[in-house]
Design a protein around this ligand. Sequence first.
Ligand code: INI
Length: 158
Amino acid sequence: MDTIKTIEGDLLARDAKFVIVAARFNDFIVEPLIRGAVDALKRHGAGDKNIELVRVPGAFELPLVAKRLAQSKRYQAVIALGAVIKGATAHFDYVCGECASGLSRAALDTGVPVAFGVLTTDTIEQAIERAGSKGGNKGADAALVALELVNLLRGLDQ
Ligand code: INI
């Protein structure tokens, strides 16, 4: 493998601009995801002026707004954050399904990376674990994926 040309994105933010789009629903989980994403971007060199935050009501609304932000060409990547926690009805399945497929479509339709930092958990405990406790911070993970994709796409253009 050492002898073949390999293209990978590194984790240096350089001058890239990022926008976080975050759901207010389950904000006690989403706020730590936002903090994790911002912290990860800053620790990899992004300045305050290169990170913006947009809030939407719930995870179902993330795709529309993520797509609009991606289309704006103002950002090199969009980081979508939310928390969908299973309830007693099928609502969870509809919100998760539309959110995941819509975010994927936003990226494919625009060519701008859209990181999927939306927790989809059976319980509140599972969400807490993934929002900055023993399961790490999925907001930070999503931010680093966005950063890597920005640099990978730049590498593919060269
Ligand atoms: N939105 C979430 O972000 N998380 C949830 O857990 C959730 N649940 O369980 O209902 C949720 N629902 C709201 C949804 O995202 C929309 O905002 C709403 O349906 C209006 O379009």
